[in-house]
Write a protein that binds this ligand. Structure first.
Ligand SMILES: *Cc1c(COP(=O)(O)O)cnc(C)c1O
Length: 357
């Protein structure tokens, strides 16, 4: 069986975890601080704040921008459920926008007509590891004085217009779930250049605590969204390996691009360097294709079979300009592209797909 994803854990991660266990400092401490510093350097932001998951990073990111009850947040309907749920956690209103069928990302030309007086933020998702088209999105945000919160949960190592993803939004949020480009077990990170936002998020992550004499003083409602030093120790090692692992993903993707004949391969924006968290093709004949993959023991994923506006708790936010998201739900298939694939695995995948009409 060729798996769709595989976390790569080596002796470095194992040693780092043992060192934390032996230190007796298991909760958030020196390893977490170091991980935040290194991650901020990697992305090119002033601050990085570690959390318990990508989902809690998104929740804190929205709260950090002041998103609150009745505010509207514009987001793509073609994404993982957590993108929309984070908006609901803030009692805010998700306003779904359709995506570009080529990039799978927020269609910039469809954003402006969704902006109202209540719009607080635009939330582009850098789906599958390709940056959303940030230049036009930033222009729209500036023109209407709304914030940008980037969902970069799939886009560690992605580049757009010469800059790392994670440095575009007022805040951007990453996930370190085991299937992502790097892992901490479960974990997340918020990146920002804004000191005030960073300080608010740091407080909210720790029960709304304030920097006071005794420590246990709480200025606002907050949460426990703190990363452990065990997770951070894994993350530090994974971060060192990330550039090489992204290169392997890109190499595998380039091979697919050159050799896949019978399906539509991923389109990459001229300004973007795709990190290939997923290599996602489109097929009008998906049932036949996936049956053939299954028969040949090739793992695949359907990310995502349904656009967000079709879920029961989100249906009331549906409207009739979300057709691309609906079509993609029926056509996308993600293939294994991770660094643990052998060249034989890759050849097998190409052969099986090219033999399927
Ligand atoms: C994985 C993911 C999340 C959530 O991250 P978790 O760490 O699983 O909470 C959010 N948005 C997108 C697009 C994701 O892929």
């Amino acid at each position: 069986m060729i798996p769709i994803a595989k976390p790569l854990i080596g002796d470095e991660e194992k040693t780092a975890v043992m060192n934390v266990l032996n230190s007796g400092m298991l909760a958030s401490g020196p390893r977490t601080e170091e991980f935040e510093k290194k991650f901020a350097e990697y992305v090119g932001t002033k601050y990085a704040i570690a959390t318990t998951s990508g989902t809690t990073a998104l929740h804190l990111g929205l709260l950090g921008l002041g998103v609150t009850k009745h505010d509207e947040v514009i987001l793509p309907s073609f994404s993982f459920i957590a993108t929309a749920n984070a908006v609901l956690f803030c009692d805010a209103v998700p306003v779904f926008c359709d995506v570009d069928p080529r990039t799978f990302n927020l269609a910039p030309e469809k954003i402006e007509k969704l902006i109202t007086k209540k719009t607080k933020a635009i939330m582009p998702v850098h789906l599958y590891g390709q940056a959303a088209d940030m230049n036009p999105i930033q222009e729209i945000a500036q023109k209407h004085s709304v914030h940008i919160i980037g969902d970069a949960c799939q886009a560690h190592g992605a580049v757009y217009d010469g800059k790392m993803v994670g440095s575009f939004g007022d805040v951007e949020c990453f996930s370190f779930y085991p299937t992502k480009n790097m892992t901490t077990g479960e974990g997340g990170m918020v990146t920002t250049n804004n000191q005030e936002v960073a300080e608010l998020i740091i407080s909210l992550r720790n029960h709304g605590r304030e920097k006071t004499k005794w420590g246990y003083e709480h200025g606002r409602l907050g949460y426990n969204y703190r990363m452990t030093d065990i997770g951070a120790a894994i993350g530090l090692e994974q971060l060192k390996k990330l550039p090489k692992n992204i290169q392997m993903r890109q190499k595998n993707a380039a091979y697919f691009d050159a050799h896949l004949k019978t399906v539509e391969i991923p389109y990459v924006l001229p300004k973007a360097t795709h990190a290939y968290h997923q290599y996602t093709i489109k097929s009008k004949n998906r049932d036949a294709l996936t049956a053939s993959l299954k028969k040949n023991e090739i793992g695949f994923g359907i990310y995502y079979p349904q656009p967000l506006h079709t879920y029961k708790h989100l249906k009331k936010y549906a409207h009739d300009d979300l057709k691309n998201s609906e079509t993609l739900g029926n056509e996308v298939v993600s293939l294994p592209v991770h660094p643990a694939l052998s060249s034989q695995d890759i050849d097998t995948i190409v052969k099986v797909i090219n033999a399927t009409i």
